[in-house]
Design a binder for this molecule. Structure first.
Ligand SMILES: Nc1nc2c(c(=O)[nH]1)N[C@H]1C(S)=C(S)[C@@H](COP(=O)(O)OP(=O)(O)OC[C@H]3O[C@@H](n4cnc5c(N)ncnc54)[C@H](O)[C@@H]3O)O[C@H]1N2
Ligand code: MOO
Ligand SMILES: [Mg+2]
Length: 684
């Protein structure tokens, strides 16, 4: 798709007066950038941003300029959609719309209502003016971001149609093909039909929105996909099971959004400052109770002087060591021996390094210098002096809320330097790991395997990865492929905030996780399939907690595929960001970098996450080398991998490449990193 141009109009009287308070523009820009990073998604270019006060005429002037003159593809206003007297954005935008878009309004409201009932306090409008699609999202950066997130992957098609783009037919078909593949959505005579149901009885699609009755139908099943039938009935015979997955295959980006939406940030606790604080995120700004240094101190070993005295021979009248205690006053014509970090004698204005001096005379016992000659010339006031508070001023904020305590030691050191011994941080989630499958045998069971048995490699893998990422991992063992076992094992440790299971989520008759979550745990499955390789049956659900300590927070379940490489890749791509969000991380997704393919990388009908080792090259670029065979069962594909190269689906790479079957060596692709980048070996 060509880049679609966007204008972001912040409607806020405060922000229009104090430009610095606007964080909505960057929050919305981030959403577009995030989507740009998804290989199969539309590309957005934020072309215009401006801030106006809550004034109908000003709002209209900007929207008209962007729609009528600049012909931007999408105009997003944020703010002024509430019920306050000053809120006039819908009143300003509505008369400008030549066509209204109730579908977009519905999508924004229904998505937001699932997050907070306060969404009903927003009065969005949406529609088309000339060739521009216009939407109005709420003012809070969080709300704005979430609301935009609900439509941003679908709205390109509206923009392309509204713009009557030359290639719209072709682009649109391409786009629809993608939607069809990932959502089960098809377009017939301009209407979208959502056919989530393999049995064909749930063809609701757009009429869902067009009854005009203003409420949704009472379908059972996952909240967000209201046309999805429930998982297999636990008590039904195998002949009654679904023969096609009832779960729509959603794009990876949508899976990330759903996980973010349902991942709570956990409560705040007080923690001591020591090595156990690593990985926690501060829940408060930390103000320095003490200054560093607390006194004027020397930066070098030498002699404290009065700088105006200049070079010459001076009597050594005192000694100041880096030790507690008072130091006598220095008078003009006198100097004092001093060590690095020791307090300056009152009256001293600079320190001369010992290397720039010589002993002139000594005390009678020859043990100390009596007079010293200073050679240094051009000494300025405060040379080699650390003023009190010059590293840290008492009362200033040294670390802001949202800062993660890293293992580098820097943050712990800073806190310790000002005498902070405990801080308020977000609680980290406790993560249970349960393997499922009758075929599993503990990896350390010394007996040899019987026919059909395999070693449980997922549990030690995930327990290690969770622990290495700084979270508490609880070993929930192996559950047999029986629903009663699964539900009792899933609820066994009430302290777990998050449970990761592996296996039992695909189409086999013993794949019982999904029905168990829905029917026994009364949980909600937010998605049950993702368009990716590996990881297609990745399932994300929440269920009510019975642990009073966890308040009314639901527990999260990541039911990962049993295939070992699939389980580990989906752990990094989906579970880890969620754990980090719960722990208060602001940047909770894994870092992405652009890399050169170090080998030809085979492409698949699904977007593929190819395990690679990313390493710096002699030319200064990063290159990604395949770890070899990428079959989902081969956990060896993750050994020595520090991330994955994100490869587009075959259908996304153009006809020539599609035939070719791989991304050639030397091509640039995006990689997601979970380990340290390899460098050039050798000294700096
Ligand atoms: N008819 C279909 N079959 C399959 C589909 C499909 O769409 N239609 N999807 C395939 C994909 S893709 C994957 S991935 C797997 C996922 O399977 P499950 O998550 O249901 O997992 P299981 O069936 O229980 O096991 C799959 C595989 O993994 C081995 N396994 C399980 N647990 C462990 C463990 N703890 N350590 C090591 N290995 C484990 C298990 O023995 C199986 O070999 O489904 C495909 N099928
Ligand atoms: O989606 Mo599966 O994880 O390819 O083997
Ligand atoms: Mg299975």
């Amino acid at each position: 798709m060509p880049a679609l141009t966007v204008g972001i109009l912040v409607v806020s009287t405060t922000a229009s007066q104090h430009l610095t308070v606007d964080t909505s523009t960057s929050a919305l820009t981030e959403v577009f950038e995030h989507v740009n990073g998804e290989s199969q998604a539309a590309q957005w270019e934020v072309k215009e941003t401006t801030i106006v006060c809550d004034d109908i005429e000003k709002i209209q002037a900007t929207v008209k300029k962007w729609a009528d003159e600049e012909k931007l593809n999408l105009i997003v206003t944020t703010g002024g959609t509430g019920f306050a007297v000053k809120d006039v954005t819908p009143e300003a935008v509505r008369p400008l719309l030549q066509k209204e878009a109730p579908g977009l309004v519905h999508a924004m409201l229904s998505g937001s209502l699932e997050i907070t009932p306060f969404a009903m306090m927003s009065r969005p409008v949406a529609g088309v003016r000339n060739q521009s699609v216009i939407i109005t999202v709420p003012g809070s950066p969080k709300g704005a971001k979430e609301t935009l997130g609900f439509i941003v992957r679908t709205v390109p098609h509206a923009c392309i149609q509204a713009a009557g783009m030359e290639s719209s037919r072709k682009l649109h078909q391409g786009g629809t093909k993608q939607l069809e593949k990932t959502h089960g959505i098809t377009e017939k005579a301009g209407h979208f039909h959502i056919s989530h149901s393999p049995s064909g009885h749930a063809e609701h699609g757009h009429n869902h929105h067009s009854h005009g009755c203003g409420h949704s139908h009472g379908h059972q099943g996952p909240k967000r996909h209201q046309t999805v039938p429930r998982a297999n009935d636990l008590n039904a015979a195998v002949t009654r099971r679904h023969r096609e997955s009832p779960y729509p295959m959603i794009p990876v980006g949508e899976a990330h959004n759903l996980i973010s939406q349902h991942t709570p940030v956990l409560s705040v606790q007080q923690k001591d400052v020591n090595a156990d604080l690593i990985g926690y995120v501060l829940a408060e700004d930390i103000t320095a109770p003490e200054a560093v240094p607390a006194f004027r101190a020397s930066i070098v070993d030498g002699y404290a002087v009065i700088h105006t005295d200049g070079p010459g021979v001076y009597p050594v009248v005192a000694v100041s060591h880096a030790a507690p205690g008072a130091v006598p006053q220095l008078k003009p014509g006198q100097i004092a021996r001093i060590t690095t970090g020791a307090p300056l004698p009152p009256g001293a204005t600079a320190v001369i390094m010992v290397e720039e001096t010589a002993i002139k005379t000594m005390t009678a016992d020859d043990k100390e210098e009596k007079e010293v000659e200073i050679f240094a010339t051009g000494i300025a006031e405060n040379d080699n002096v650390r003023e009190a508070g010059s590293d840290v001023e008492a009362g200033t904020v040294i670390l802001k809320a949202g800062t993660a305590i890293t293992s580098s030691g820097g943050e712990i050191g800073l806190l310790a330097s000002v005498g902070v011994s405990s801080v308020r941080v977000f609680r980290k989630p406790v993560v249970g790991v349960l393997s499922t499958g009758d075929e599993l045998v503990d990896h350390n069971n010394p007996r040899s395997l019987e026919h059909g048995e395999i070693r449980d490699s997922n549990r030690p893998t995930l327990l290690s990865a969770i622990q290495a990422q700084g979270f508490t991992a609880v070993d929930l063992g192996i559950a047999a492929d029986k629903s009663e076992n699964l539900s009792s094992d899933l609820t066994r440790d009430a302290n777990c905030d998050v449970i990761i299971t592996t296996g039992g989520v695909s189409m086999g008759e013993l794949d019982l996780l999904k029905p168990t979550i829905e029917q026994s745990l009364k949980g909600t499955i937010h998605f049950g399939r993702v368009a990716m390789k590996p990881g297609k049956p990745t399932t994300f659900a929440t269920f009510p907690s019975t642990n009073a300590k966890q308040g009314d927070l639901d527990k999260l379940i990541f039911a990962l595929p049993g295939n070992p490489a699939s389980a580990l890749v989906t752990f990094y791509l989906f579970v880890l960001p969620s754990l980090r969000k719960s722990a208060g991380y602001v940047e909770y997704h894994l870092p992405r970098v652009r890399v050169v393919a170090g080998n030809d990388l085979r492409i698949d009908p699904r977007p593929e996450y190819h395990r690679v080792f990313v390493k710096m090259q002699n030319d200064g670029r990063l290159a990604a080398f395949s770890t070899g065979g990428q079959r989902s069962s081969r956990i060896g594909s993750a050994a020595q991998a520090n991330g994955v190269a994100c490869l587009p689906a075959k259908s996304e790479v153009g006809e020539k490449r599609e035939k070719f079957g791989y991304i050639p060596k030397g091509e640039t692709v995006t990689a997601v990193l979970w380990g340290q980048i390899g460098g050039l070996s050798g000294l700096m």
